[in-house]
Design a protein around this ligand. Structure first.
Ligand code: BES
Ligand code: MN
Ligand code: ZN
Length: 486
């Protein structure tokens, strides 16, 4: 779907539907309708009020047009006028107008840059549809939204930034929705390399031999049950004059069967999305230059397929991570932390970052605690937690900070290795917390945050800007955070 700016009034020729905005109040206000140059001639406010339209965010009233080229007029509520409400309005509009090829909206009736960005994100994100490779496209969707106003050039930069963030999110959705039959670790690496150069990135992909030779024992162990070998994807963005260096790490499990600690089928069907964190990192990296990010960023995605076989790792194996620390693998289904540990240790030892953020569909315990729409946020410093929560709020991606409970650390002690990958001797439960504590062991005391996105990385239904399947969660949060960094 394209979104573009145009000068003029909401001219009806060439447009299939027009949308105006309803702002709650006594009386209800309709914004943008004056730009219809009197072509409607009806009292829209009265009409909307008779239909009990209150202007609630995303509430839609559709008026079929009987004469003239315009097929419909849509009145969408903008609620309290905040970004959440405008994003909802954009999403509702996208769903309601998908059979109209060209839809026009009154740009001057969008009051702020934040509102415009949110509206555009809603339009683009809710229009998304995934079809597996080779499948026929289904149904029609809007070709383009035209935002029509008096001085559209003044808002071009805001529109462009919103489109970059939204398209990056769609890229993450595409990667995550791709079935694992296609999506091997090397496929994921190839997709990360597509367009990396034109996005101003340098890239390096380590194959299974290099991983073994350099001591990435976690990635190797998780990947060794599959005939499709693991990879470590490293993307770097180094703008001139950068003073700070951020490392992003994304879990890239291209399918998580659980390994020999096999999942039941109900838990396994959605596990093609277990690289959602890695997809968020790949998509974020590719959008940095377009969004004018000024800090240095390295993206690391350890990618492996977790399968049971005669060559798979066994519960009770002891593996050796990058840098030499050892883990007793008590449950092969706690594989995410094994590959992330290698990547974190590598970042600390070789990349000298100022801050590390990892994003991972790490534990079923996270959505169990917070529901499916919030990510669990862990941070080693309050400042970092505050910064990320602010970026999340701007992006409309919800996080909730969780505690790194020191007492629970003993749950991942091992008698035979430096750490165990699941709780054994201390039954504290709190699976998302103990997983975060495991990761913390590999962060070298640097400022570090962890987003457990097992809940919000995918959705079982279309809702607001989220579409069923992969959501691309994390991309807009990370981009907002990095855009704000100096
Ligand atoms: N990928 C899963 C976590 C997950 C669960 C993501 C549900 C999305 C939805 C992860 O690798 C996993 O299996 N975690 C285990 C850890 C346990 C064995 C300690 C879990 O959460 O059950
Ligand atoms: Mn698992
Ligand atoms: Zn997993």
């Amino acid at each position: 779907v394209a979104v573009l700016l145009r000068t003029g009034v909401l001219d009806v020729p060439g447009v299939d539907a027009v949308s105006v905005f309803a702002v709650p109040g006594e009386p209800l206000r309709i914004d943008g309708a004056d730009a219809l140059s009197g072509q409607l001639g009806s009292d829209l406010t009265g009409l909307a009020e008779r239909q009990e339209h209150k202007g609630d965010a995303g509430a839609v009233l559709e008026l079929p047009m009987s004469s003239g080229p315009l097929r419909r007029l849509v009145i969408v509520g903008t609620g309290d006028g905040g970004t959440v409400a405008w994003r909802k309005a954009g999403s509702a509009l996208a769903r309601r107008t998908k059979s109209d090829p060209v839809v026009a909206l009154p740009l001057d009736a969008v009051p702020t840059d934040e509102a415009l960005a949110a509206l555009v994100e809603g339009l683009v994100l809710a229009s998304y549809r995934f079809r597996a490779e080779g499948a026929e496209p289904k149904g029609s969707t809007t070709e383009r939204y035209e935002l029509v106003g008096t001085e559209p050039q003044l808002r071009q930069a805001v529109l462009d930034a919103a489109l970059h963030r939204a398209r990056a999110t769609l890229r993450a959705r595409d990667l995550t929705n791709t079935p694992s039959l296609v999506k091997t670790p090397s496929w994921l690496a190839a997709r990360a390399l597509d367009g990396a150069e034109s996005a101003g990135l340098t890239a390096r992909v380590r194959d299974e031999r290099e991983l073994a030779a350099e001591g990435f024992g976690g990635v190797v162990a998780v990947g060794m049950g599959s005939t499709r070998p693991p990879r470590l994807i490293e993307l770097s963005y180094a703008p001139a004059g950068a003073t700070r260096h951020v490392v992003l790490v994304g879990k890239g499990i291209t399918f998580d069967s659980g390994g020999l600690s096999l999942k039941p089928n109900e838990g396994m069907v959605s596990m093609k999305t277990d690289m959602g964190g890695g997809a968020a990192v790949i998509a974020t990296m590719a959008a940095l230059r377009d969004l004018g990010v000024t800090v240095k960023v390295t993206g690391l995605v350890p990618a492996a397929e977790n399968l049971p076989s005669g060559t798979a790792q066994r519960p009770s194996d002891v593996i050796r991570h990058y840098g030499g620390r050892t883990t007793e693998v008590l449950n092969t289904d706690a594989e995410g932390r094994l590959v992330l540990a290698d990547a974190l240790a590598y970042a600390v030892e070789r990349l000298a970052p100022d801050v590390i953020v990892d994003v991972a569909t790490l534990t079923g315990a996270a959505p169990f605690a917070l529901g499916r729409r919030h990510a669990a946020l862990y941070a080693s410093t309050d400042d970092l937690a505050v910064e990320l929560a602010a970026a999340a709020a701007e992006a409309g991606e919800r996080v909730w900070r969780m505690p790194l409970v020191e007492d629970y650390r003993a749950a991942i002690d091992s008698r035979v290795a430096d750490l165990a990958n699941t709780g054994s001797n201390l039954a504290v439960s709190g699976g998302s917390i103990t997983a975060a504590l495991f990761l913390r062991e590999f962060t070298g005391g640097l400022p570090w945050a962890h987003l457990d996105i097992a809940g919000p990385a995918r959705s079982d239904s279309d809702e607001d800007e989220v579409t069923k399947g992969a959501t691309g969660y994390g991309v807009r949060l990370l981009l907002r955070w990095l855009e704000g960094m100096r």
